[in-house]
Structures are given as structure tokens and as C-alpha cells.
Design a protein around this ligand. Structure first.
Ligand SMILES: Nc1nc2c(c(=O)[nH]1)N[C@H]1C(S)=C(S)[C@@H](COP(=O)(O)O)O[C@H]1N2
Ligand SMILES: [Mo]
Length: 260
């Protein structure tokens, strides 16, 4: 009997990446296969294009739905109205003064106004959001690909993760570790469906759903998609952030890798 089972998405990805990696970095180092994959993602335009093409294979894409599938009521969960005074002031002004700070291990740190992000090429996707609590909703998200922002600022070679820091404190703590944050690896950061969303269901993103900007990383569970994103940093390690596990919920026991 021939086994027609398809290789898993990850096996496919790393399979494709390792052959590209062998091309790009023939004869190199003691990098692990996944380190080599990550390296390929940001070494040179051609490699980037090749890997993007591999990533665009249907096997690696989260399912996208039709307009008719959009949930009438998309549940809002976790923080739905941050109390942070700086955030409140920005919200009262329609986020005109909001700036996304992009820094860390990047070549050219910079700030983005919402208009800057809206002026960049956009992607719209209708996807199913799965919360670890056991509910799902389908919504339409429009935003700029995180890859486009990262490519503008340029990653330093030591960058391995992208950390997103939010405006909300979900838990009151004395040491500030109750602030919501998340981290993703470069494979997810460069994925075509990974977007910084400013519109939901054809309208400006509302505060309950994360205005003015929230991450969509469609192959992961809901808690990996921070709302109220204020800054994005490229880092080598997240060990010294929060309680060291890479995200608000990870610090409280959830898995860092929440692939669906
Ligand atoms: N800043 C921030 N982001 C967050 C949360 C949060 O409490 N604060 N909750 C997470 C969880 S558990 C889920 S399921 C989704 C909920 O997104 P929604 O409110 O648009 O449904 O946001 C995620 N991102
Ligand atoms: Mo969630």
C-alpha cells in the first residue's frame, strides 16, 4: 500500500527550507535545520522571494473563508478597553497621535503613524479565530503584512523573534509583568497571512478588538494575536522580558507555540 498521507505542514516547510538553505549556505556551520531556515528568510532578496514562494504553498496557509461565513457577532475577549492613561488619551483623539515604534535588533528603527501603515500594500483575509477557551469566530481582517514592515526596517542577523508590546495591563502586578505582550518566530513573522490589522469586517478596528492595531497570525491560537500593539521589537531572546516565557499567557502556563 502506498501511504498518501501528506507530510505535515512543518515537515513540508523545513523540507523546502533545508534544500534552499543548502543552496544558500553550502558548506557552512553547525546551524540546526531550523536556524538555517531562519537565516535564509532574511539573507538576500532572491532567497527571500524563493522562501516566500514556498510559504505561499497551500499546505502552509491557514484556511480562508467567504464573506457569507463571517460571524454576525465576533466575541471580544481578554482586555476590551485598556485603562492605561496614555492609551486613553490616544483613543480620545481617534489615534491621530498614535505611533507604532519598531526597534530592537533592526538596522533602522522608526515610528509608523496609522496613515503610514495604511499607505503600504494591504492584505485582506477572512479567517477563523480559535480561542483556547473553546470558542471560534470568523472575521475579515485587513492590514499590512508584518514582513513588509520588517523588511523596511531591516533585521540585524542576531534577530530571532519579533516581540509585540501592548497598551493593556491584563493583570495588576507590582512589577509590571501584567502587561500583555507576545512573541513569534521569524517563520511566522514572514508568513504572508501574518498581518498588522487596522480594519475588521470592512470597518476601522474597534477598541474591543484591539484598536488601532492588532496582530493576526492565522495559524496560531487567539492568545498569540496581541491587540493594542504599541511597539514591535526584534530580539535574540525573550528570556528577560515579562516572566521570560515569551508572552502574557505563556508566562501563566500556556504553550509558546500555539499552532492549530
Ligand atoms: N492586548 C491584548 N491582546 C490580546 C488579548 C488581551 O487580553 N490583550 N487577549 C487574547 C485572546 S485570549 C484572544 S482569544 C484574542 C481575542 O481577540 P478579540 O477580542 O478580537 O476576539 O485576543 C488576544 N490578544
Ligand atoms: Mo483566547
Amino acid at each position: 500500500m502506498i501511504d498518501f498521507k501528506r507530510p505535515s505542514r512543518r515537515a513540508f516547510l523545513f523540507g523546502a527550507a533545508s534544500s534552499l538553505g543548502a543552496l544558500a549556505l553550502a558548506g557552512c556551520d553547525g546551524l540546526s535545520q531550523s536556524d538555517r531556515f531562519r537565516k535564509v528568510l532574511y539573507t538576500g532578496e532572491d532567497m527571500n522571494r524563493l522562501v516566500q514562494r514556498a510559504l505561499l504553498s497551500p499546505a502552509t496557509m491557514a484556511r480562508e473563508f467567504a464573506e457569507a461565513d463571517i460571524s454576525a457577532n465576533f466575541k471580544a475577549n481578554g482586555s476590551t478597553n485598556p485603562e492605561d492613561p496614555a492609551y486613553r488619551a490616544l483613543a480620545e483623539n481617534g489615534f491621530a497621535d498614535w505611533r507604532l515604534k519598531v526597534g530592537g535588533l533592526v538596522e533602522t528603527p522608526r515610528d509608523y503613524a496609522l496613515a503610514d501603515l495604511r499607505a503600504m500594500p494591504s492584505r485582506t483575509q477572512i479567517t477563523r479565530h480559535d480561542c483556547v477557551e473553546g470558542w471560534s469566530c470568523i472575521g475579515k481582517w485587513t492590514g499590512v503584512q508584518l514582513a513588509a514592515v520588517i523588511q523596511q526596517v531591516g533585521l540585524k542577523p542576531s534577530a530571532r523573534y519579533i516581540v509585540l508590546t501592548c497598551a493593556d495591563e491584563l493583570e495588576k502586578t507590582l512589577d509590571g509583568t501584567g502587561r500583555y505582550y507576545e512573541s513569534i518566530d521569524l517563520e511566522d513573522a514572514f508568513h504572508p497571512q501574518t498581518i498588522l490589522a487596522y480594519d475588521m469586517n470592512g470597518e476601522t478596528l474597534s477598541i474591543p478588538h484591539g484598536a488601532p492595531l492588532r496582530l493576526r497570525v492565522e495559524r496560531q491560537l487567539g492568545y498569540k494575536m496581541p491587540k493594542y500593539v504599541m511597539r514591535i521589537d526584534a530580539v535574540e531572546s525573550f528570556a528577560d522580558l515579562g516572566r521570560g516565557r515569551g508572552g502574557f499567557w505563556e508566562d501563566r502556563g500556556y504553550d509558546w507555540y500555539a499552532g492549530i
